[in-house]
Write a protein that binds this ligand. Structure first.
Ligand SMILES: [Zn+2]
Length: 324
């Protein structure tokens, strides 16, 4: 297999280029899969460690997103994630990869320093050097996604979080073998999304006749097809006096689908309320209205649907990819 270099983080990445649309498709060992149009103009070494960590983590959080100049600009302006959030992100990731209590975490964390040096200096082994490359690739495939999800900036930060915080201070992990401790599992329990067993999905949208029809014919069927029960509270247009019925429905939902077409204040309010409750929100907007979507939400990976069929397919894929 031939690896190119990821333009975001410098890690080895498979690349497929489509000249017709001036777009590259990457599958990076650190960032995962993403679509990268030439127009972004980003090249390796253009980004600071904070920018790399934020953009790489954002790509991992979304399913094969398309990187645009707007997204890069918005993410670039965000500060680094707080240390305790990184701790939780790393621990949660490990609990997903090693879901059985007592199973050893077979990641070679001793190699992290060497791995990050090789990537920084672009000195990772070539494919021809089979043995060295296999060793590198095995470690990279396990460790790099973890660094991406945890928004890790440097090897010192990673070593600090792993050894000083997770192992020594909090005792969420223990060594020999490296496992998640009972204290660690108890903490992971507090990080779970709200309502993990609910089938209910609250749909926040503009109550205009055309949109209601699109909702009935495409949004609801996509949610049902994914195995959930959609709920919409009609004719409850509001700006900020979110009512008890809406609050109760959102509170008990597994996730929220928020369509920003029409740019209604109520949709922002409902999406923000769900976010505050740690309930996942899937953002959508008709493509030709995307420009009017507010700054705070437009760095999220919005489904910018062109047609009703496009909406149906992408919403269904997004639910399958991100709601677990
Ligand atoms: Zn990358």
């Amino acid at each position: 297999m031939k690896y190119e270099v990821c333009p975001i983080c410098g890690s080895p990445a498979e690349q497929e280029r489509e000249a017709r649309s001036s777009t590259s498709y990457y599958n990076c060992l650190r960032c995962g899969e993403f679509v990268f149009p030439d127009i972004t103009g980003i090249q390796l070494n253009d980004l600071s460690p904070i920018e790399i960590a934020n953009i790489s983590g954002w790509i991992r959080d979304n399913d094969n997103p398309k990187i645009t100049t707007d997204i890069i600009n918005n993410i670039q302006n965000q500060p680094s994630v707080p240390m305790l959030t990184k701790v939780d992100l790393l621990l949660k990731y490990l609990s997903v990869k090693f879901p059985i209590a007592g199973d050893p975490i077979d990641y070679n964390f001793n190699k992290v320093n060497e791995l990050l040096n090789q990537i920084r200096n672009q000195t990772f082994p070539s494919v021809e050097d089979k043995h060295a490359f296999n060793v590198f690739e095995n470690t990279a495939k396990k460790v790099l996604p973890l660094l991406s999800i945890g928004r890790i900036l440097t090897r010192n930060e990673f070593n600090y979080i792993l050894n000083n915080y997770l192992i020594q201070e909090k005792k969420y992990l223990s060594v020999n073998p490296l496992i998640i401790t009972p204290k660690g599992w108890a903490h992971i329990e507090t990080l779970k999304y709200t309502n993990p067993n609910s089938k209910k999905v609250f749909v926040a949208m503009w109550f205009e006749d055309g949109m209601k029809k699109i909702c009935d014919d495409f949004i609801f069927p996509a949610i049902v097809k994914a195995g959930y029960e959609p709920i919409r509270i009609d004719n409850k247009e509001h700006n900020n006096d979110i009512n008890d019925e809406i609050i109760a429905e959102i509170r008990s939902s597994r996730f929220v689908v928020a369509d920003f077409t029409g740019n209604r204040g109520g949709v922002y309010y409902e999406a923000g309320f769900a976010n505050g409750l740690n309930i996942p929100v899937i953002h959508m907007c008709k493509q030709d209205e995307l420009q009017s979507v507010h700054f705070d939400v437009n760095h999220r990976n919005i489904i910018d649907w062109e047609s009703e069929d496009d909406l149906y397919k992408r919403l269904l894929n997004r639910i399958k990819a991100t709601i677990i």
